[in-house]
Ligand binder design. Structure first.
Ligand code: PGA
Length: 249
C-alpha cells in the first residue's frame, strides 16, 4: 500500500484552561520553524476550540472537537452540535471515543448518526473503536471491533475524508500497549471491516492507533503496517511530549 502522511491527533479530554493554550502555541511555533512530516491536530475541550483555532490559524496544527450531538440543534441542554464545533473553528471531530461511549451509553447506531451530522457540518470524523480487556482475553477482540466498524460507519462516508481510531480500552491511560504484532493484526482486521462496509470507499482512510502512545513507543507503533497515525491522550497535553511523538513519524 502507498505510504501516505500520518495523522497525529491530540485529545486533551477534560483538561485545559485558557493558560493551557501556551502549550498549543509552543507546538505551533516549533512546527512552523521545523515542519512536521505528518498532519497534526489538537482536540481541546469545547470551551477552548474557538480560542485555539484562532491561535493556530489553521496552519501547521489543525483544531478538532471531542464529540458532538447527533442532532444539528434543539432542546439538548449541555450538548454541542457539529455545526457549533465547525462555527468555532474545528475542522475534525472525534466520535465514539470509548469514554463517551461509556459515559453516554452510546451505541454503534448512535455513533453512526453523529458521523452523519458531522459530515453535514463539513467536519472530518475520527471514529473510535476498541475492545475491553475481558473481550480480548476471551479471544473476541477482532469480532467486537469488526462489529463496531460495521455499525458505526455510515455508508455516506464513502468519498469523504475521515479516519478510524483503534483504541483498546485497556490501553487507554494505563501505560500498557498491545504488542506490535497484535496492533498489526487488529489494524488489518479493521481495514478488512472498512472495505466490507464501504467497498473501495474504505480503502484510503487512515487507521490510527490510540492507547498509551508516548515519545518512547510512537516511532515503532507508527512503523507498523496499516498504522496511519496516532490518537494521543495524556502525552498530547505537553507540547514537548507531543512533539516527541510527531518527530517520530
Ligand atoms: P492515552 O489516551 O494516550 O492517555 O492513553 C488515548 C485516548 O483516549 O485517546
Amino acid at each position: 500500500m502507498k505510504q501516505s502522511v500520518k495523522l497525529i491527533v491530540g485529545n486533551w479530554k477534560m483538561n485545559g484552561l485558557g493558560a493551557s493554550l501556551a502549550e498549543a502555541e509552543v507546538l505551533k511555533d516549533a512546527l512552523e520553524a521545523d515542519p512536521a512530516a505528518c498532519r497534526v491536530v489538537l482536540c481541546p475541550p469545547a470551551t477552548l476550540i474557538e480560542r485555539m483555532a484562532r491561535l493556530l490559524g489553521g496552519g501547521a496544527v489543525e483544531t478538532g472537537g471531542q464529540d458532538c450531538h447527533d442532532e444539528p440543534s434543539g432542546a439538548f441542554t449541555g450538548s454541542v452540535s457539529a455545526e457549533m464545533l465547525a462555527d468555532a473553528g474545528a475542522r475534525l471531530v472525534i466520535l465514539g471515543h470509548s469514554e463517551s461511549r461509556a459515559s453516554f451509553a452510546e451505541t454503534d447506531a448512535g455513533v453512526a448518526a453523529k458521523v452523519e451530522t458531522a459530515l453535514a457540518a463539513g467536519l472530518e470524523p475520527i471514529i473510535c473503536v476498541g475492545e475491553t480487556l475481558e473481550q480480548r482475553d476471551a479471544g473476541e477482540a477482532i469480532d467486537v471491533v469488526s462489529r463496531q466498524i460495521a455499525g458505526s460507519l455510515p455508508v455516506s462516508l464513502t468519498g469523504q475524508p475521515f479516519a478510524v481510531a483503534y483504541e483498546p480500552i485497556w490501553a487507554i491511560g494505563t501505560g500498557r500497549t498491545p504488542t506490535l504484532e497484535e496492533i498489526e493484526a487488529m489494524h488489518r482486521a479493521v481495514r478488512a471491516a472498512m472495505l466490507k462496509r464501504l467497498g473501495a470507499g474504505g480503502a484510503a482512510a487512515p487507521i490510527l492507533y490510540g492507547g498509551s502512545v508516548k515519545p518512547g513507543n510512537a516511532a515503532e507503533i507508527l512503523a507498523v503496517p496499516e498504522v496511519g497515525g496516532a490518537l494521543v491522550g495524556g502525552a498530547s497535553l505537553k507540547a514537548e511530549d507531543f512533539l516527541g511523538i510527531i518527530r517520530g513519524t
